[in-house]
Design a protein around this ligand. Structure first.
Ligand code: VGL
Ligand code: ZN
Length: 198
């Protein structure tokens, strides 16, 4: 069984001081770097939105961050502007050992659709290509860490389990946004999908 470490969105905008800061988001960086040293393969994901992205509240007149709207592909939380392509906020946390990455998957680059998962955009059908990459490398087991537990880690872990990977989420190396009970719902959803939470 070949094993990969998948590091989700450890970017400046999700760390304290960033545009969509996750409490203690930066505190997981040393532990993630240590895990990289032992991993057979390392994949980083990078939230990567064009300016004016449809997931930004600022793109919708009369809407505020954290409002929920209906998009053609389903419900969508509106976020503060974050991870705009090429901005400082979109860069990996400076202490993350990004040089160790074999592969960097960017997501959320289509203006009209968000992408929480590292595997599928939020329509749950448009692939990012990561499934093919992992398969062609013979990788069958994944350890997932990063930000945010209840959004991008959750959607990535559930999709990976549905795709047949053996998935473990290291909850100690994730941090959550926790909107209206979203962390508890994410734990339940991941466990129900067969993800191991440690
Ligand atoms: C994320 C909200 C918007 C995440 C990305 O990485 O969890 N959350 N974009
Ligand atoms: Zn985003």
């Amino acid at each position: 069984m070949t094993h990969a470490l998948i590091v989700i969105d450890v970017q400046n905008d999700f760390c304290p001081g960033g545009a969509l800061a996750v409490p203690e988001g930066d505190s997981i960086v040393p532990g993630i770097n240590a895990l990289m040293d032992t991993a057979a393969a390392v994949v980083l994901t990078q939230d990567w939105h064009p300016g004016g992205h449809s997931s930004f509240a600022s793109s919708h007149a009369g809407r505020a961050p954290y409002d929920l709207i209906d998009m053609p592909y389903g419900p969508q939380v509106l976020w503060p502007d974050h991870c705009v392509q090429g901005s400082d906020g979109s860069a990996f946390h400076p202490d993350l050992n990004a040089d160790r990455a074999d592969m960097i998957v960017r997501k959320g680059y289509r203006p009209g659709i968000d992408s929480y998962s590292a595997f599928f955009e939020n329509d749950q059908t448009t692939p990012t290509g990561l499934d093919g990459y992992l398969h062609t490398r013979g990788i069958t087991a994944l350890t997932m860490v990063g930000l945010a537990t209840d959004f991008c880690v959750n959607f990535s872990a559930v999709d990976a389990a549905k795709l047949g990977f053996d998935v473990t989420v290291r909850m100690d190396l994730c941090r959550a946004i926790d909107l209206d009970g979203s962390l508890a719902a994410a734990r339940d959803g991941m466990a129900a999908a067969g993800v191991t939470l440690t």
